[in-house]
Ligand binder design. Structure first.
Ligand code: C2E
Ligand code: CA
Ligand code: CA
Ligand code: CA
Length: 276
């Protein structure tokens, strides 16, 4: 038994060392990144569940370099956040998304919204509203067509600074969506105080609909009572889409419609949907 324990101990240390080494490698790669070469944005269509029309897109960041190959955002975003690298990266994402998507907004006349994810460090930074305003001006992106996605955890955190930034974003005319909704602990009262426009039901609830239909109905009711639009993400099957279509859910997003794709492919997708 003792020998076994010893092995476990050695194994644990090895794993920890490997993990720390990987974090170091990713951190170094991010620090040395040439943003325009190593980062790209992919876009996932957001669909009106009642009409099947493409009404928006979520921009999702991709990172790839010669040494590490592709690294998923699930891995590199938390590392960028931990090592103070998310501010320049987040700024690049906003600039890139706004300048690229402007023509789609113009092409679709009216209702198209582009969603961009922002991290808590961006919202805690008092310069963020000015940075955002400047990017909107420089790219001539119509601000009422932009939505910033902040996670539920971030948005209801007790930081007064975060709340203030969210209010300033709203005052600019940019929308705010609460991402991964249902995974945190926000009460109706806290949500009511935040001036947000949209809830995004976390994909875990859509994945296990057999067990979570009642919760999804409750989230929809909560969203509607606050006058918010509601998006369901992670929709992979027709059954999930059909269920949501029969509810008060407004928008859906997921592999059933499309994976996140490069801009050119997204543009082709929108054109093809418009003409069909
Ligand atoms: P998220 O904002 O919750 O984004 C949704 C994730 O679900 C994306 O993963 C998307 O590719 C994936 N997804 C979409 N549809 C489906 C589906 O039908 N089934 C399944 N299983 N997954 C689906 P991705 O692109 O790997 O991004 C992971 C997370 O990384 C994002 O979660 C977001 O928190 C973060 N992230 C990505 N881009 C950015 C960014 O530009 N800035 C910041 N701060 N975070 C980002
Ligand atoms: Ca998101
Ligand atoms: Ca999400
Ligand atoms: Ca998430």
């Amino acid at each position: 038994a003792k020998k076994h324990e010893g092995n476990t101990f050695v194994h644990y240390n090895k794993t920890l060392a490997t993990e720390m080494n990987r974090i170091f490698e990713v951190k170094t790669a991010l620090q040395q990144a040439d943003f325009d070469r190593d980062f790209t944005l992919h876009y996932q269509p957001v669909v009106d569940v009642k009409t099947d029309q493409v009404v928006g897109a979520e921009a999702l960041l991709r990172f790839e370099n010669d040494t590490l190959g592709r690294v998923s955002p699930g891995e590199f975003i938390p590392i960028a956040e931990d090592y103070g690298l998310i501010l320049p990266i987040g700024e690049w994402v906003l600039k890139q998304a706004c300048s690229t998507m402007r023509e789609v907004v113009e092409m679709t006349e009216g209702m198209f919204k582009m969603a961009v994810n922002v991290s808590i460090q961006q919202l805690e930074n008092s310069h963020f509203p000015l940075v955002l305003k400047t990017i909107l001006e420089e790219t001539a992106f119509p601000k009422d067509h932009l939505i910033l996605e902040v996670t539920e955890e971030t948005s209801v955190s007790h930081s007064a600074r975060v709340k203030e930034t969210i209010n300033q974003i709203e005052a600019l005319g940019v929308g705010v969506s609460i991402d991964d909704f249902g995974t945190g602990y926000s009460s109706l009262e806290k949500l009511h105080k935040l001036k947000v426009n949209q809830l995004k039901i976390d994909q875990s609830f859509i994945r296990d609909l057999d067990q979570t239909k009642a919760i999804v109905h409750a989230i929809l009711a909560m969203g509607k009572s606050l006058g918010l639009s509601v998006v369901a993400e992670g929709v992979e099957t027709k059954e999930q889409r059909d269920f949501l279509k029969a509810t008060t859910c407004d928008y859906v997003q997921g592999y059933y419609f499309s994976r996140p794709i490069p801009f050119k492919d997204f543009q082709a997708y929108v054109i093809q949907k418009q003409s069909s």
